[in-house]
Design a protein around this ligand. Structure first.
Ligand code: IPM
Ligand code: MG
Length: 368
């Protein structure tokens, strides 16, 4: 039987609540007898800072490197607004992405039929929506140097962030997007701002070249990132795969999430390069944050995190069947009318994190 090590990093806020529900699905997966998942847990984010003064410890990083995959909940909250910039909760998450070289962030935005009414867009615009945002995750303005604030001494300060991309970084993310498109709707939109940014000019050039040399069978459209944002709310179903840089990907994926009903629904996978033994570093996390306003109340929607675990089963543990079962269990409980507050609808039953988890666990168990 295939055996895997999974590191759980629940993090802050609702991260711990939603991760508890994932642990129950890990138990279910182990109970199927087709896979053995051993879990360990550690701290990341504000809770790690409170514990030992860093957003992630060296020992947690070592566990992350040794694991087949990492599941992360969420980091941050107003409690840590005053901590030094290098030690802020988000620094733990960014270090995991950078040190594990998780350059490819897959953010699927799927509108479950039962939720078409929960979207802020009209039903006909979002029903059947299935977009894959492929966000570059280890480059661009998130990590570019210099990144600093200088005191000019005359009462003025100067802040600099650096947007920076090399050819190879664009090439490898373009390959991920085109390979995915071939298994889906065969269409890639590449979003950048070549009209104002040099990185956009290079992005456009490299994506065009990767396409013509390797993927002439896939349809490619170049789109300016601002137009892409507009089209996502005007007619989101025109998209299949969107490939874009780190910052535009951050913004466009939040926007696409709302089309599906709620940020509480969106999972993600962050993947590195495949090694010679077919292993690739990977981290799975919901797109939503730590939601400090509802943390500790048992109200959070665990679906994004549970769906992230399904992605982990599919991409890291090669268990597409178990992933399918979890995804259809999510669709089933939504059809049954269960809703957490973020996707609440008239005539549906309002439930908390645990009850939503219970229902999903019960539905996967029925599918055994
Ligand atoms: C995300 C988040 C992170 C990001 C934050 C928490 C650093 O918004 O994963 O989308 O900006 O990448
Ligand atoms: Mg974000």
């Amino acid at each position: 039987m295939a055996s895997f090590k999974l590191l759980l990093l629940p993090g802050d806020g609702i991260g711990t609540e939603v991760m508890d529900e994932v642990s129950r699905l890990v138990d279910w997966a182990n109970g199927t007898g087709v896979i053995k998942i051993e879990t360990e847990s550690d701290l990341v984010g504000g809770c790690a800072y409170d514990d030992h003064g860093e957003a992630i410890s060296e020992s947690a990083m070592a566990l992350a490197h040794a694991a087949h995959a990492v599941m992360l909940g969420a980091v941050g909250g107003p409690k840590w607004d005053g901590v030094p910039y290098e030690k802020r909760p988000e620094a733990g998450l960014l270090r995991l992405r950078k040190d594990l070289e998780l350059f490819a962030n897959l953010r699927p935005a799927i509108c479950y039929p039962a939720l078409a009414e929960a979207s802020s867009l009209k039903r006909e615009l979002v029903e059947g929506l299935d977009i894959m945002i492929v966000r570059e995750l280890t480059g661009g303005v998130y990590f570019g140097e210099p990144k600093e604030i200088t005191d000019l001494g005359d009462g003025q300060k100067l802040a600099v962030d650096t947007q920076i991309y090399q050819t190879y970084e664009i090439e490898r993310i373009a390959h991920v997007a085109f390979d995915l498109a071939r298994k889906r709707g065969n269409l890639v939109h590449s979003a950048e701002k070549r009209n104002v940014m040099k990185t956009g000019v290079l992005w456009n050039e490299v994506v065009t070249q990767v396409h013509s040399e390797n993927y002439a069978d896939v349809n490619l459209e170049h789109i300016l990132a601002d137009n892409c944002a507009m089209q996502l709310v005007r007619a989101p179903k025109q998209f299949d795969v969107i490939v874009t840089d780190n910052l535009f990907g951050d913004v466009l994926s939040d926007e696409a999430a709302m089309a599906t009903g709620s940020l509480g629904m969106l999972p993600s996978a962050s993947l590195g390069a495949m090694d010679s033994e077919g292993r690739r570093p990977a981290m799975y996390e919901p797109v939503h944050g730590s939601a400090p306003d509802i943390a500790g109340h048992g109200k959070a929607n665990p679906i994004a995190t549970i769906a992230s675990f399904a992605m982990c089963l599919r991409y890291s543990f090669d268990q597409g069947d178990l992933a399918d079962k979890i995804e259809s269990a999510i669709a089933t409980v939504l059809e049954q009318g269960l809703r957490t507050g973020d996707i609440a609808q008239e005539g549906c039953k309002l439930v908390g994190t645990r009850q939503m988890g219970d229902a999903i666990v019960a539905a996967v168990q029925r599918s055994n």
